[in-house]
Each structure stands twice: as structure tokens, then as C-alpha cells.
Design a protein around this ligand. Structure first.
Ligand SMILES: NC(=O)c1ccc[n+]([C@@H]2O[C@H](COP(=O)([O-])OP(=O)(O)OC[C@H]3O[C@@H](n4cnc5c(N)ncnc54)[C@H](OP(=O)(O)O)[C@@H]3O)[C@@H](O)[C@H]2O)c1
Length: 167
């Protein structure tokens, strides 16, 4: 079984982004993301690559999915379909799906682990990701209620799939 994990921060109203940017600045979430993905392969859509302030993420193999055949991105492995991205995923090393909206939706059925940062507030957005967690069980949860940087609370929740679907 391929080790495919989704990592995403989602608002209460399922919002994840606007104008090709994130909706919040949560230092603890950046740290959480770094800690989980460091040394692993990360898979993203072309728009998410362009949203990264410093380009491809260091110390990680960056795979970028684009529909523009033949286009390549410096410092990344470029693929042209979800299936091609999955071919790069391993059964022994965890691969992280890091966005954005269109890529999360297409990978949801293939993922067996889900790292959710749930932001307990509604945000105005143009990109959303809604997940039915009835198929998932919580294996870890950390609630953050005292972040002086933000006027909202959030939770880090790790899920594993109850039963596996496609891979
Ligand atoms: N909250 C979070 O944790 C989080 C994390 C990452 C990103 N984001 C946010 O999400 C937003 C970006 O998401 P997005 O949905 O607009 O873009 P995206 O998923 O990052 O990238 C979309 C690109 O990937 C291509 N693509 C998608 N599926 C494909 C497929 N099956 N085969 C080939 N190419 C494919 C698209 O081509 P087409 O145009 O042909 O579809 C498009 O060029 C931003 O606001 C970003 O900040 C949030």
C-alpha cells in the first residue's frame, strides 16, 4: 500500500485559500507542517507551487502536477496527471499531498492518513475543501486555545482511514 498523506489547514466553513494565498498566518502551523513533511516527498498543484514565497520546499522532493504538457519547474519533478504522481509514491516512505484545492480533492480517495489543522473560524475564500470524516478515525489531537498571534483557536488532528479504498 502506498503511504499517501494529506496535510491541510481548513477553516470551519471549509475555506483553505483566497487569491492563491493562505487565509491566515499561524506560526505553529508552519512549524507543524515543517516537522511532518521534512525529509519526505511533497506533491502539489502548479498554483500552490506559485504561491510558495521561496519556491520549492527545501529538504523535500517536490513533485508538481500541471496540465501543461512539457512544462517543467526548476527544483521540482514535474508530472502531468494524478496517476503519474502516484507512481512516484512509495510503500515505505510517506508522501504528503500539500495542496491546493483541486489536488486535495483528487487525492482524497488515495490517502490513508490525514493531517488536519482545523481553524475554528469562518473565512472568506475562493478555494474550499470539504471532507466526510466518517471514514476516518482520530489517532492524535492537539487543541491550541492560547495563541497570542491569532484571535481564533485551532486544532491539529491526525486521522487514519478506517478501511482503505483505492491503493
Ligand atoms: N490551507 C491549506 O492548507 C492550503 C495548502 C495549499 C494550498 N492552499 C491554497 O489553495 C489555493 C490553490 O489551490 P488551487 O485548487 O487553486 O490550485 P492547485 O490545486 O494548487 O493547482 C492547480 C493546478 O494543477 C493542475 N491540475 C489539477 N489537477 C490536475 C490533473 N489531474 N492533471 C494535470 N494537472 C492538474 C491545474 O490544471 P487545470 O487548470 O487544468 O485544472 C492547475 O494548473 C491557494 O489559495 C493556496 O493558498 C491552501
Amino acid at each position: 500500500m502506498k503511504q499517501i498523506s494529506i496535510i491541510v489547514a481548513i477553516a470551519q466553513n471549509h475555506a483553505i485559500g483566497k487569491d492563491n494565498d493562505l487565509l491566515w498566518h499561524i506560526s505553529k502551523d508552519f512549524q507543524w507542517f515543517k516537522d511532518k513533511t521534512r525529509g519526505h516527498q511533497v506533491i502539489m498543484g502548479e498554483r500552490t507551487l506559485h504561491s510558495l514565497p521561496n519556491g520549492p520546499l527545501p529538504k523535500r522532493n517536490n513533485i508538481v502536477i500541471t496540465d501543461k504538457k512539457g512544462k517543467t519547474f526548476e527544483g521540482c519533478t514535474t508530472v502531468y496527471s494524478i496517476e503519474e504522481a502516484i507512481e512516484h509514491c512509495s510503500e515505505t516512505e510517506e508522501s504528503f499531498i500539500i495542496g491546493g484545492g483541486s489536488i486535495y480533492k483528487q487525492f482524497l480517495a488515495y490517502a490513508n492518513k490525514f493531517y488536519l489543522t482545523l481553524v475554528h473560524k469562518d473565512f472568506e475564500a475562493d478555494t474550499f475543501f470539504e471532507v466526510d470524516f466518517s471514514e476516518w478515525k482520530i489517532i492524535e489531537r492537539i487543541d491550541v486555545n492560547d495563541d497570542p498571534q491569532n484571535d481564533f483557536t485551532y486544532s491539529f488532528i491526525v486521522y487514519e482511514r478506517n478501511s482503505l479504498q483505492k491503493t
